[in-house]
Design a protein around this ligand. Structure first.
Ligand SMILES: [Zn+2]
Length: 431
């Protein structure tokens, strides 16, 4: 009898459910704890969505979006694997660094998770391994491009808006003469040295300058491009974002050049810029290609959209597997002769290029763009992981976790993944 009573007083264990208010979670039962936790977090998500939209439907929509985005990622992975196999097929037995590189590239973006960034409800992906080869990996190049846009676009737009009539942006390609094979490392250093010499070139002070800026007689020299007065008080190049590239040309030598976005207040003379470039390089005919960044009404692009496009142009995928002609070449008149794609380079050339570019800092900023803070990183603990991503040899597959596959969810929660910004593009500039 007594036993019977006790049995009635202690309720049997029940499956936890988000709607059950009074529930005791056994801490030793990780699965139960996990389900409870996830159900609560999903409730939080659902609250953010509003009553009209069901959580399950939204998650299914997000899953659909992920599957669609992964097609683009798959394209990049195919490109990367092509490069990896090119290296694997050509590297000599003793070149251990190339073997490590190939292993890293084969594993790059092979598996990961997708989830929702909590309050913003944005789809993010996390990857178990990234090769981080900023010169060889199309994923890394794209990430660099996005980081560049997030970091430099808002300050550039703010800078223009302060004096819309007098301030302009120019996209400029500085082209020193091509560098012969075997001399790429020196050629790259020389290109930067020439660029610095161009940017820091001095000229004589004119009587007009003296009158305008009230400079004393003892001041005889001033910067030709870089203003001597604090930013904003005088004409000149107020800031620069520069990026160096070195594809192999069709002739078989290195086409080292520097792409730059110049922030110019006041007049800017192409001809004078060209002459100064010839002076510092000592090569008559060393070319500069410059064009102002403007809204493009024909293509229906606003100034901000055009600027974003040009910023993406600043960093191109070095391997150039897409074969898009670079800016410098487009204006050379007649049909452009394109260099071969990376996977068609002689391996000697690749070896030289890889060792010359490894560890070299290719993006530099000056003036008002110097030492801007890094954009905020994504926070992993704000992501609610919703599914797994894996590569099946030809493309990606993505799952959507259900209530039951606890193991997969726990794996997602404990995984050491590198987060990636959403495919929808960089953040809009703050209003
Ligand atoms: Zn990679």
């Amino acid at each position: 009898m007594r036993q019977e009573l006790l049995r009635h007083r202690i309720p049997p264990p029940r499956d936890p459910h988000p709607r059950t208010r009074r529930r005791v979670v056994d801490p030793h039962r990780a699965e139960q704890a996990w389900r409870w936790h996830q159900a609560r977090r999903n409730q939080e998500l659902a609250r953010g969505l509003g009553p009209a939209h069901g959580l399950q439907r939204s998650l299914e929509e997000a899953h659909g979006a992920v599957v669609e985005e992964l097609e683009l990622v798959a394209h990049r992975r195919h490109v990367e694997q092509e490069v990896a196999e090119y290296i694997a097929g050509n590297a000599a037995d003793h070149e251990r660094d190339f073997y490590d590189l190939v292993h890293s590239m084969r594993a790059c973006h092979a598996a990961g998770f997708w989830g929702i960034l909590d309050p913003e409800w944005r789809v993010v992906r996390g990857w178990e391994h990234k090769c981080a080869q900023s010169h060889l990996c199309p994923h890394a190049v794209r990430e660099n491009q996005q980081r560049l846009v997030r970091r430099y676009e808002p300050p550039m737009l703010r800078w223009i808006a302060q004096k819309p009539g007098r301030r302009r942006l120019f996209y400029v390609v500085f082209e020193p003469p091509n560098v012969p094979r075997g001399a790429l490392r020196d050629g790259k250093a020389q290109a930067w040295a020439w660029w610095q010499a161009w940017y820091r070139e001095q000229r004589d002070v004119t009587p007009e300058d003296r009158r305008r800026w009230r400079w004393p007689r003892c001041k005889r020299r001033t910067g030709r491009w870089r203003p001597d007065l604090p930013w904003g008080r005088s004409d000149g190049v107020h800031g620069v974002l520069a990026h160096q590239e070195d594809p192999l040309s069709a002739r078989g030598d290195w086409n080292v050049h520097i792409n730059a976005v110049l922030l110019v207040e006041g007049p800017f003379s192409y001809r004078e810029a060209q002459r100064a470039w010839e002076r510092v390089t000592g090569v008559p005919g060393a070319r500069i290609h410059a064009q102002q960044i403007k809204a493009d009404p024909v293509a229906g692009r606003t100034f901000a959209e055009q600027l974003r496009l040009e910023l993406l142009e600043v960093i191109k995928y070095s391997a150039k597997l897409t074969g898009s002609p670079d800016k410098g070449g487009r204006r050379r008149g007649g049909a452009r002769v394109e260099g071969p794609p990376l996977v068609a380079w002689p391996f000697d050339a690749f070896r030289e290029w890889y060792r010359a570019t490894k560890g070299s800092r290719r993006t530099r900023s000056y003036g008002v763009l110097f030492r801007l803070p890094d954009p905020e990183p994504l926070e992993g603990d704000r992501v609610l992981w919703q599914g797994e991503i894996w590569w099946n040899g030809t493309g990606y597959r993505a799952s959507l976790f259900t209530e039951d596959n606890f193991r997969a969810r726990a794996a997602a929660a404990g995984a050491d993944v590198a987060l990636e910004w959403p495919e929808s593009g960089p953040d809009p500039p703050p209003a």
